[in-house]
Design a protein around this ligand. Structure first.
Ligand code: BDP
Length: 715
């Protein structure tokens, strides 16, 4: 081993002893400890050559140098010859044209895909049509080592299935973060553009490692100031940092901006002066950011301004902006999370009611961004009916990474299975590609543009996400945006190895906790299809009893509808008929009590307390047992984690250990308060196996958390 290797090893060991704070994410590149494997890797990668000039090429050389040296504990020389054992070259390089890689294969790589192949000379060739493709391929190659896969006989082609893979930050200009639980926003607007915090480049690199290629750094509840010159200069500075990493800048656009910052009397989208204001504003933005991506818009939802204020519809609003952006190649991402203050209709139905009639009317460069479910990122939601209801519109997915309704930053909940549950749902459209993922990746309707967005969980905390395992959700989102068909199991497997190393026991233990964690959260929060039971405002903890809020659909009682007879929201024909918005085969399955999956039972049906469940229990007993099961699962996570003491560095071990203690308390709180409350309706005793509640219902009802993090600003 060379000297440099020993020095690196020394520092790494020191790092292990000193508490680790998780800042390095999944890009730790810990040494490959298995001697034989490391020797094999070294024998195959004696040196590397990345001929090419420019910022992205520099990043590739830097990443390869760093990753290989840290993992292999030996300096892998950068060579200048095309005989190097690892050659990273654009597809027009003679080595590629002289190889047997076909033109079709190369052109199928597009702008962002890559190919990695071992050739007859035992050389590993990584090629792509653009530097960005090479950069993505570099991360893929390094990931193989991080996850201890063979690098013999490589024959890999990877092309992203979704065009725009984007983070949405719900961050405000004052650095507070709506639904952020990891400190403040990382964007230091006050000190931009002159002060470029190194975190911006670290952020871009981490995203690029997953293939994320777009970001919206400000809240959907937008502030029009972001569109003023003072802020556009700051936006430009950020965009300049992001560019070599392939991250495109988008901004939220407040619909009333022409009035607020433009001095116009109206923001009516059909008024030529308004259209012209947006056109000029867009032209101005492109002077600052020539590759600007476009606008993300929340309109006529939760009090935000929009085209309805002027008697116009969503297409009028979106198309007006789209026309301003089209000459520059920009896009409008228009959110379908709409429900109106005045509309008494089941909130579940309002997006379809407003958007389905507009199918086919949106400009080509408009995407409609739809949340995974029709209510709001609940612990479990059936897929949004819009995914099966518009075939002439670019439909896009919005997932939430920040766990607003899933334990925020105090609970370990791996979202991989959550995202997959939605993506793998069959929409029932008459098409051989009928899954939600087919609609999102464009294979169902060959839509022109595709996009997957994730509401980010990133903040100023040293570990980025507040809870260390929040990193796995950022990771899972990024990997699925690249390829919605990867399994949650594979994602967990990769993330654990990259984050905690390849010790079998550590790996198996952590994966088993992760894969069960989402189901556990559903059990102790909202089992059997219950939803929206969180406390008011901050959504931290339970509040199923809340019934005093201004609008019916803000109250949990609106969603569970518990009474003496039973519980659940009747969304069948005899109720709100939200089920009618799904395609026939799906609607049929959800409508009948016999075929509706029990996990969605109370989402779609109002069911009596003594309804017979598949387990043989009556509903009341089953509900109670699910709550208890959730608590038991968390206890089990705690004991599993305890076995890792000494196997995971102290810093991260203690961090997770303490948080699991909090999670257990919170799970008990959910169970006790929910069951005591629902018992006032069911008037039945708890079945055997339910632990006695720790507090009284009044005690739980009176808990207050006025300063819980992530609260919506009141301005
Ligand atoms: C809800 C959040 C709220 C967001 C809203 C949205 O509670 O803070 O503004 O969604 O997506 O989940 O617009």
């Amino acid at each position: 081993m060379k000297k440099i290797g020993l020095a690196v090893l020394f520092f790494l060991m020191m790092g292990q002893l000193l508490a680790d704070d998780g800042h390095q994410l999944w890009l730790r590149y810990d040494p490959v400890e298995e001697e034989a494997l490391r020797a094999d890797y070294i024998s195959q990668i004696q040196n590397f050559n990345v001929p090419g000039e420019g910022a992205t090429f520099d990043l590739i050389r830097e990443e390869l140098g760093l990753g290989l040296e840290k993992m292999l504990l030996s300096e892998i020389a950068e060579s200048q010859t095309e005989e190097a054992s690892l050659l990273v070259v654009l597809s027009d390089h003679t080595r590629v044209s002289r190889s047997d890689i076909s033109k079709e294969t190369l052109s199928s790589l597009g702008e962002e895909g890559y190919l990695i192949r071992s050739n007859e000379q035992n050389q590993i060739l990584l090629t792509a049509n653009t530097p960005l493709g090479l950069y993505y391929g570099t991360f893929h190659f390094l990931r193989r080592l991080q996850t201890r896969q063979s690098i013999n006989d490589l024959d890999i082609v990877s092309v992203p299935k979704v065009e725009t893979r984007m983070l949405n930050h719900w961050d405000n200009l004052d650095r507070t973060s709506e639904r952020g639980y990891a400190g403040f926003a990382i964007w230091d607007w006050h000190r931009l553009p002159d002060y470029l915090d190194p975190i911006y480049a670290e952020y871009a690199r981490a995203n690029a490692s997953l293939g994320i290629n777009a970001t919206v750094p400000i809240n959907v509840n937008s502030n029009a100031l972001i569109l003023t010159p003072m802020y556009l200069e700051k936006v430009k500075a950020l965009a300049d940092v992001f560019r070599p990493y392939g991250i495109k800048m988008y901004l939220t656009a407040r619909f009333s901006a022409p009035v607020q910052i433009g001095g116009l009397k109206t923001a009516d989208p059909l008024d030529p002066a308004v259209a012209n204001w947006w056109k000029e504003k867009v032209d101005e933005i492109y002077e600052y950011v020539p590759d600007f991506g476009g606008f993300l818009v929340k309109a006529n939802s939760e009090g935000q301004p929009g085209p309805h204020d002027y008697g116009r519809n969503h297409a009028d609003g979106a198309n007006m902006m789209a026309k301003a952006l089209a000459p520059h190649g920009g896009k409008v991402i228009w959110r379908a999370f709409v429900y109106s203050e005045e509309n008494p209709e089941d909130r579940h139905k309002q997006a379809n009611d407003q958007f389905v009639p507009l199918d086919g009317q949106f400009e080509d460069n408009v995407l409609i961004q739809v949340k995974n479910g029709a209510i709001d990122f609940q612990p479990r939601e059936p897929f949004h009916p819009l995914f099966g209801a518009m075939n002439k519109t670019n439909l896009a997915m919005e997932f939430q990474i920040t766990q607003e309704y899933l334990g925020q930053a105090t609970q370990l909940v791996f979202m991989g299975p959550y995202y997959k549950e939605c993506l793998d749902s069959d929409t029932g459209i008459k098409n051989k590609n009928s899954l939600v993922s087919d609609v999102i990746d464009g294979s169902a309707y060959q839509q022109k543009h595709t996009l997957m967005a994730g509401v980010a969980n990133i903040g100023t905390d040293r570990n980025w996400t507040g809870h260390l395992f929040g990193q796995s959700n950022w990771y899972a989102f990024g990997r699925l945006a690249w390829d919605p068909d990867i399994s949650a199991q594979q994602i967990a497997d990769e993330w654990v190895k990259m984050t905690f190393g390849a010790d079998k026991k550590v790996e198996e233990t952590i994966k088993s906790i992760m894969m069960e964690s989402r189901e556990a959260a559903v059990n102790y929060m909202t089992p059997l299809g219950l939803h929206h039971l969180m406390a008011t405002g901050h959504h931290y903890g339970p509040g199923p009893w809340v019934s005093n809020l201004g609008r019916p659909e803000w109250n949990p009682v609106y969603y569970h509808r518990a009474d003496k007879e039973g519980i659940g929201f009747d969304r069948t024909e005899s109720g709100s008929n939200a089920i009618g918005q799904y395609n026939k085969s799906v609607a049929k399955r959800f409508s009948s009590l016999k075929t509706c999956p029990e996990k969605y039972l109370l989402w779609f049906h109002h069911v009596s307390w003594d309804y017979q469940m598949q387990s043989g229990n009556i509903l009341w007993d089953e509900l109670a047992l699910r709550y208890q099961q959730g608590v038991n699962q968390v206890r089990d996570f705690k004991s599993q984690w305890a076995t890792l003491e000494g196997k995971v560095d102290d810093g991260r071990f203690e961090h997770v250990r303490m948080l699991l203690n909090i999670q257990e308390k919170e799970a008990i709180w959910w169970k006790d308060s929910s069951l005591l409350y629902f018992q006032t309706f069911s008037e039945r005793a708890f079945p055997d196996g339910i632990e006695k509640p720790k507090g009284t219902l009044d005690y739980y009802k009176n808990l207050r958390f006025p300063l819980a993090p992530g609260i919506r600003p009141q301005w």
